[in-house]
Ligand binder design. Structure first.
Ligand code: PGA
Length: 252
């Protein structure tokens, strides 16, 4: 049994006061208890304050980090720094990192190793562009991202990895993948993991769906056999809508 995992990706949004109020609202309103794992991924400058406000009731993650442990890397944060302020997760290889900031699979892979070495959970994002879907390349693109981003990850390490399938055309567009479209790719991702890590490990790894998840579509998406959670952008910025998605995960 894979425990559903709902993570909010706040991206470059909120003030410190808004972020603190938001995580408190999520912590107070969450009635799913242990049956759903819940986290918010805040801007790095607010992580410390958000961890304190979450008071252990909601997990907290960073949205990115650099692969080196420390040194002359102006503007970057390390996985150890995220851990030091109380994070448990780091989102890696989000499509905005890949497409706006030019991160390659090799870059993402180095970060995955750094995050695992720090004892944090990487949420590794994969997903195709619209033109890639329309030209029938979705499964090739996702396979390349999966194998490229996870190269060298051991069986033992793989047990703590979370995958997020986020079709780029569905992110922030209101154009959600249908449950069938998403399930098809999720099942493909599970098959790729089984080929590399065997069934016992593959069956334990959570695969989140991301891209225009809302309270009214969450339960149906999450009722698919290989959709084990959601990575939520826009709808994670209001406690009510994020709580609605958590409730949808609990119901599915
Ligand atoms: P969205 O973003 O929910 O606003 O589509 C998802 C994401 O980018 O993680």
């Amino acid at each position: 049994m894979r425990r559903p995992f709902i993570a909010g990706n706040w991206k470059m949004n909120t003030t410190k006061a808004e972020g603190v109020a938001l995580v408190k609202g999520v912590a107070e309103g969450n009635t799913a208890g242990d049956s759903v794992e819940v986290a918010v991924c805040a801007p790095s400058v607010y992580l410390d304050a958000v961890v304190t406000a979450a008071a252990g009731k909601v997990g907290v993650g960073a949205q990115n980090c650099y692969h080196e442990a420390s040194g002359a890397f102006t503007g970057e944060i390390s996985a150890a720094m995220a851990k030091d302020v109380g994070c448990q997760y780091v989102i890696l290889g989000h499509s905005e990192r890949r497409h706006i900031f030019g991160e390659s699979n090799a870059d993402v892979c180095k970060k995955v190793h750094a995050v695992l070495a720090a004892g944090l959970v990487p949420i590794v994002c994969v997903g195709e562009l619209l033109e890639e879907r329309e030209s029938g390349k979705t499964s090739d693109v996702v396979a390349e991202q999966m194998y490229g981003s996870l190269a060298g990850v051991t069986d033992e390490q793989m047990k703590s990895v979370v995958i997020a399938y986020e079709p780029v055309w569905a992110i922030g567009t209101g154009k959600v993948a249908t449950p069938e479209q998403a399930e098809e790719v999720h099942a493909g991702i599970r098959t790729l993991m089984t080929a590399k890590y065997g069934e016992a490990i593959s069956e334990g790894v959570r695969i989140q769906y991301g891209g225009s998840v809302k309270p009214d579509n969450a339960a149906e998406l999450l009722s698919q056999p290989n959709i084990d959670g959601a990575l939520v952008g826009g709808a994670s910025l209001k406690a009510d809508s994020f709580l609605g998605i958590i409730a949808g995960a609990n119901a599915s």
